[in-house]
Design a binder for this molecule. Structure first.
Ligand SMILES: Nc1ncccc1[N+](=O)[O-]
Length: 241
């Protein structure tokens, strides 16, 4: 059975890219099934109202709970994780993506305005896991872009979606480190040469060099990742870097 992704949003057309390229082929091959649903379908007034003023005052508008509950009752298979993209969420990481890829599917609730009435997440938690997650420390106009990011990160981990399985294994962040530099032909290009070890055919030396480059780059660009590594992740050779 395909990995099922459903998205509820007031901008369904924004999620059209989910049908293209990588995901499109996976959908054609029955590996992934994607549904995009317009929240306004579950409103009950002539103006199809989805938002209202925030209790307690403050800027902007908050999305009303009732249309969301009706939409989720119609769209979310019981027990399926509900993902709510929000700048106030826990961090979405490769580890989270791998965890979710092992589940039967996901339902995404895209919030616009100043977010969704908190009671929707509280109510939804009675019918399955709910994850309020952030893809980064910046504020977007709504959750739709975050859904595109998360769906891509999760579905490429589903067996068969990415042709070359090995490339998934060797992704940046797969081992908690950043991937080092990559090179291809020509060996010398505009006065810039490919590191000779990569042309040496000495696979052990190449592996050592790549690990060292990965550690060096991680230390330079993302020391936070280095600090987060489990104790035993760095071997004696690594410490020399
Ligand atoms: N950063 C975000 N801003 C708005 C909505 C969702 C967001 N996120 O990261 O999931």
């Amino acid at each position: 059975t395909p990995y099922r992704v459903d998205v509820v949003t007031i901008f369904p057309e924004y999620l059209a890219p989910l049908r293209q390229s990588l995901l499109g082929k996976a959908a054609e091959r029955g590996l992934v099934a994607i549904g995009v649903h317009d929240l306004r379908r579950w409103t009950d007034d002539v103006h199809r109202t989805v938002d209202d003023a925030p209790y307690g005052g403050g800027p902007g508008m908050v999305m009303r709970p009732e249309p969301w509950a009706r939409a989720l009752e119609a769209v979310r298979p019981p027990g399926t994780r509900l993902v709510v993209p929000t700048p106030a969420g826990r961090s979405f990481t490769q580890a989270v993506a791998a965890e979710w890829a092992a589940e039967p599917g996901l339902v995404f609730a895209c919030g616009r305005y100043e977010g969704i009435d908190q009671r929707v997440a509280d109510w939804a938690a009675r019918h399955g896991p709910v994850s309020e997650v952030s893809i980064g420390d910046y504020v977007l106009a709504g959750g739709e872009s975050a859904v595109l990011v998360m769906v891509e990160a999760v579905t490429r981990l589903i067996p068969g979606v990415v042709g070359n399985r090995e490339s998934v294994e060797y992704d940046s962040h797969a081992d908690g480190l950043l991937e080092g530099p990559s090179y291809t032909r020509p060996a010398s290009w505009r006065g810039l040469d490919v590191p000779p070890v990569l042309l040496s055919g000495d696979h052990a030396a190449i592996a050592r060099w790549r690990r060292a480059e990965s550690l060096r780059r991680t230390a330079a660009r993302r020391p936070d990742l280095l600090a987060a590594l489990p104790e035993d992740a760095l071997g004696p050779a690594d410490r020399a870097v």
